[in-house]
Design a protein around this ligand. Structure first.
Ligand SMILES: *[C@@H]1O[C@H](CO)[C@@H](O)[C@H](O)[C@H]1NC(C)=O
Ligand SMILES: *[C@@H]1O[C@H](CO)[C@@H](O)[C@H](O)[C@H]1NC(C)=O
Ligand SMILES: *[C@@H]1O[C@H](CO)[C@@H](O)[C@H](O)[C@H]1NC(C)=O
Length: 230
């Protein structure tokens, strides 16, 4: 009896705390670093809803799950998102954490005005991709893995609206999206980071030439959310 009791007492010590995520989330062990706020355990989930190209809708879906927008931090987490995408037949990108720093966006507009093409991969200082070009809701994920997945580093999808005797209005894709599917017979996927407009596709609005660019943008109907375990 004493031996049995001792056995039960030692099991938690051997196997550690039982980490649990809420339904819809999957638990991942992470290597704690300064860049991910020393996170050892993280719960990731992908949730489907309509019109998640509108950033506030995507953000709200995560809030409903007591989570924030999040990102995969390594290939294993990315492959979980790929497997979910395959299972649910999602081929469009997922809304993911990361929105262009407003002061960097101002710099992009200035360059658009001068017709100068810039890329955050080469810009020096604060607005470099690896510095603070993007701002994140989730402090517990190191974005370096996803930064390595950009085929075309931000900024992208420039749009300029001009009308006689009116100021020129600049738009570009400012919100991070992440796309991944498992390649059949090759249980892996490289994953692809990209950006989409944050405003969402106009719905039920009168035809608005200035926001024409948003009509045919990529559909986003799923979002990557993350949170601490229960
Ligand atoms: C998966 O999605 C594609 C394109 O979105 C569609 O053509 C196909 O019918 C879907 N397959 C299933 C099994 O739902
Ligand atoms: C960093 O992690 C600690 C411990 O989990 C948490 O209390 C804190 O809120 C986190 N910081 C941010 C900015 O999320
Ligand atoms: C599987 O995918 C990886 C990553 O894209 C690629 O390097 C590798 O060649 C692929 N293997 C096969 C057998 O297709």
């Amino acid at each position: 009896m004493v031996a049995l009791l001792l056995l039960f007492l030692t099991i938690p010590a051997v196997f550690g705390k039982d980490v649990k995520c809420p339904e819809g989330f999957h638990h991942f062990k992470r290597t704690p670093t300064v860049k991910n706020n020393h996170t050892k355990d993280w719960c990731l989930g992908v949730f489907e809803a309509e019109r998640l190209d509108e950033r506030d809708r995507a953000r709200s879906i995560c809030a409903n799950h007591d989570a924030t927008l999040s990102l995969p931090e390594n290939q294993k987490e990315s492959d979980f998102i790929a497997a979910f995408s395959n299972k649910h037949n999602i081929s469009d990108p997922h809304a993911a954490d990361g929105e262009t720093n407003p002061s960097c966006a101002a710099g992009v507009y200035e360059n658009m005005k001068e017709n100068i093409e810039i890329t955050s991969a080469h810009v020096r200082g604060e607005c470099n991709l690896k510095n603070n070009y993007f701002l994140f809701d989730d402090a517990n994920t190191d974005p370096a893995f996803v930064f390595g997945k950009f085929s075309y580093p931000a900024p992208n999808r420039f749009h300029r609206y001009t009308e006689t005797d009116r100021p020129t209005i600049y738009h570009f894709a400012q919100c991070l999206v992440y796309n991944t599917r498992l390649i059949p017979r090759n249980w892996t996927s490289p994953g692809d980071a990209d950006t989409s407009f944050c405003v969402g596709r106009p719905i039920g609005k009168n035809w608005d030439q200035e926001h024409d660019f948003a009509y045919d943008q990529i559909k986003v109907e799923s979002v990557i959310c993350g949170r601490h375990p229960l």
